[in-house]
Design a protein around this ligand. Sequence first.
Ligand SMILES: C[S@@+](CC[C@H](N)C(=O)[O-])C[C@H]1O[C@@H](n2cnc3c(N)ncnc32)[C@H](O)[C@@H]1O
Length: 248
Amino acid sequence: MNTFDFYEFEHPTISFFGRSFAEYTRFFDLNPAALRGRKVLDVAAGPASFTAEAVRHGIDALAVDPLYGCTSGALEAHVQLDYRRIVAQLRAKPQLFQTAAGEAVGRSVFASLDEAEQDRRTAAAGFLADYENGFLYGRYVGGVLPRLPCPDRAFDMVLCAHLLFIHARHFDLVWHVDACRELARVASGEVRIHPVCGPDGQSYPGLDSLRGQLQEHGIMSEVVSVNYEFFVGSSSMLVLRPAAEQRL
Ligand SMILES: C[S@@+](CC[C@H](N)C(=O)[O-])C[C@H]1O[C@@H](n2cnc3c(N)ncnc32)[C@H](O)[C@@H]1O
């Protein structure tokens, strides 16, 4: 392992790996009661259980991912392969993660890496249990950024976790601008993107350029701290708000 590997979570491909509703509420600073009855879109949702659980909280949630449309058996196979790969790296690089047991950090969400692994496996099981029925009801929709199969301003809130910046080596600035504009296009309210760091835990280096270009397109942005940190450096989200005059 060279120095670069030691300090970076490696993403040779974009994994089908997902988190729970509870973890989403922490890293997106969500108030579930305030979202009841609202339309919420989760983009690059993977096997996260956010949508399945959100519906049980009375939220009108919809999820988009390139792999939706595959059979549940195929998605389960993706989960098995990708979880094995991600968990192996989590174990090999504990220095990249905050746990309450390892360090007394109030923003941490898990007491141990075992707890984190179990929580994400439970999330994937919750997603897989909901998938076939949810797909028939149109809750899981196939789609690939930077294009979304959704009308303009269709959602009160749009979420996108663990795609844009954590996988920054897979995308360039032009792609990031296009993806953010597309997320903003389908939102009537805020877009929240998490985390804002790259795979090395450092702030995404193209952030200022991205924010400047979005502003030229009438999209205001703000980096907001959140009461969450598991992957080191993941304690913030990028909030996009189309300028008021653009909304009319
Ligand atoms: C690491 S998972 C994140 C899942 C979930 N958002 C979470 O935070 O738990 C990343 C997901 O992005 C999806 N993905 C990859 N490329 C994409 C693209 N261009 N547009 C939308 N989703 C994409 C993958 O299929 C994968 O399910």
